[in-house]
Design a binder for this molecule. Structure first.
Ligand code: ADP
Ligand code: AMP
Length: 219
């Protein structure tokens, strides 16, 4: 049972790569950000609470996030594992994830750190468009949809995330540096960290990841 963790600053390309990997490895893409956005769209209590933090570029409290991801990982489609995108994002989340994985009979890793220079991020996020239905990710310049503002896969409308405004992006990057960046050392210490150059065309990033996973699987 395989839990692949994608690490990287907001805009590094985690969601983009997770969609490809999910198809290639036949494992569900579990994005804590997508799960929160679904709750927000449905106007649930959890969604209303999460939105207060998300709109400010802050993290949703650990206990809320951990409970939501645990519920998702317990669903039957995640029996063989999952591609985790955006979770864990703090050391307490990573500790809780180890416990969840043990309970599920899984091990955590590889953890793939997508490295992208900070100066790329505002541009990546300003052009990001996301599909309403299943969170497919586009970019106006680097990965445009075939028809403007329509998802190629589901035909649903694309929207711009409220938290992709430049001021909120800057705040999210600061939050990443202080609370999430320590996870790189956390997973290095466990011997499961793999560094990936995220500053290359999307297909080249995918190829690098698949090569790493091939090696992992062959160990
Ligand atoms: P994350 O999930 O890490 O926040 P996304 O996958 O949503 O990042 O990517 C952020 C934006 O950058 C999206 O608009 C996406 O289309 C674009 N993007 C992703 N990977 C690349 C890449 N390798 N080169 C250029 N743009 C990219
Ligand atoms: P993302 O789609 O991964 O960029 O996440 C969007 C926002 O959702 C983040 O800026 C946080 O406010 C919140 N969020 C997503 N994942 C987590 C997490 N693991 N822990 C806390 N907050 C999260």
């Amino acid at each position: 049972m395989l839990y692949v963790v994608l690490l990287g600053v907001p805009g590094a390309g985690k969601g983009t790569q997770a969609k490809w990997l999910s198809a290639a490895l036949a494992l569900p893409h579990v994005s804590s950000g997508d799960l929160f956005r679904e709750q927000m769209q449905n106007g649930t209590e959890l969604g209303i609470e999460a939105q207060r933090y998300i709109d400010r570029g802050e993290l949703v409290p650990d206990q809320v996030t951990i409970g939501m991801v645990r519920d998702r990982l317990e669903r039957s489609d995640a029996r063989a594992g999952a591609i985790l995108d955006g979770f864990p994002r703090t050391i307490p989340q990573a500790d809780a994830f180890e416990v969840i994985a043990r309970e599920m009979g899984a091990s955590v890793g590889p953890a793939l750190h997508l490295r992208v220079p900070i100066e790329r991020l505002v541009d990546r996020m300003a052009g990001r468009r996301v599909c309403q239905k299943s969170g497919h990710v586009y970019h106006l310049v680097y990965n445009p949809p075939k028809k403007p503002e329509i998802c190629d896969v589901d035909g649903s409308d694309l929207f711009q995330r409220e938290d992709d405004l430049p001021e909120t992006v800057r705040k999210r990057v600061q939050v990443y540096e202080s609370l999430t960046a320590p996870l790189v050392e956390f997973y290095r210490a466990r011997g499961v960290l793999q560094v990936v150059d995220g500053d290359q065309p999307m297909a080249a990033v995918t190829a690098e990841i698949l090569a790493i996973l091939g090696q992992e699987a062959g160990r």
